[in-house]
Design a protein around this ligand. Structure first.
Ligand code: HEM
Length: 237
């Protein structure tokens, strides 16, 4: 698989199959998200909701493929393999663009997962069509406790599995602990968000637009990274 992904690509003069496929997938899922924004704007709540689910699946496929096949994220921290341009462009353009891209990807993922559950909570189904419910949307203290306990329970299961299956579980334990702490922090942010945007429908529209803008920016920064790596400053062999 790795050798196939490293074969010459078909989009750029010096790209690889891995780079091209992951870039095309990035474009596909972002465009799906943006089309589903258009559907929401036209008040097509159900089509919007279905396309969002498809885009989420393609986005997860993309992320798994991207980080397994290319480890571009690691590139920014481990020196400049892959980038064949001058030092000042690397430091002043490539690294800032790539770092912005990585921050946006993390934010985009957090927002997308939050919006997915918020979308169900803020909608009602009338004659098979999803509509946003106007009015205050609050999570009850009991549900909040259940959410937190579920997150804690999932972390405990993962931790036990790591201890049982890995010889040296330290690195993975820290990584998973950080992921679950982030999930718990995002879940507790809900309390603050409820104060700032009490109306569930308005909250969905405002945060949904922010999410869509983040996705558009992810597409722009990944395109810029792709162009720099494979068109403008490829590695000279
Ligand atoms: C990543 C997840 C999601 C994002 C980013 C998102 C984003 C948005 C945005 C931006 C709008 C407002 C469009 C506009 O006026 O500009 C909207 C409306 C809406 N969304 Fe979502 N949404 C998501 C998930 C969901 C889910 C899972 C559901 C249903 C279960 C849902 C149901 C709706 C409905 C019913 C509307 C109102 C459409 C209308 O105006 O009639 N959304 N969404």
């Amino acid at each position: 698989m790795e050798t196939l992904l490293a074969e010459p690509g078909f989009l750029a003069p010096s790209g690889t199959i891995g780079a091209d496929v992951s870039y095309i997938l990035a474009v596909v899922f972002t465009v799906l998200f943006l089309i589903s924004w258009g559907m929401a704007k036209k008040a097509q709540g159900t089509r919007h909701h279905k396309l969002i689910l498809v885009s989420m699946v393609s986005m997860i496929v993309y992320f798994v493929g991207y980080y397994y096949a290319r480890s571009l994220g690691v590139l920014s921290f481990e020196g400049r393999e892959g980038f064949g341009g001058p030092d000042d462009v690397y430091e002043n353009v490539f690294i800032p663009v790539l770092s912005t891209h990585l921050v946006l990807v993390v934010l985009g993922l957090i927002f997308a997962f939050y919006m997915l559950s918020q979308g169900f909570r803020a909608s009602k189904k009338v004659d098979g069509e999803y509509l946003l419910k106007e009015g205050e949307l609050k999570i009850s203290a009991r549900k909040f406790k259940i959410v937190m306990l579920t997150i804690f329970g999932c972390w405990a299961v993962v931790q036990v599995l790591l201890l049982a299956t890995r010889e040296n579980p330290m690195g993975a334990s820290i990584a998973y602990a950080l992921i679950f702490v982030t999930v718990a922090l995002v879940a507790s942010l809900e309390k603050l968000i409820e104060k700032l945007l009490p109306d569930g429908a308005r909250r969905h529209r405002v945060l949904g637009r922010v999410t869509m803008v983040i996705f558009a920016l992810i597409l722009i920064t990944s395109t810029a990274t792709y162009i720099m790596l494979y068109f403008v400053y490829p590695l000279k062999s």
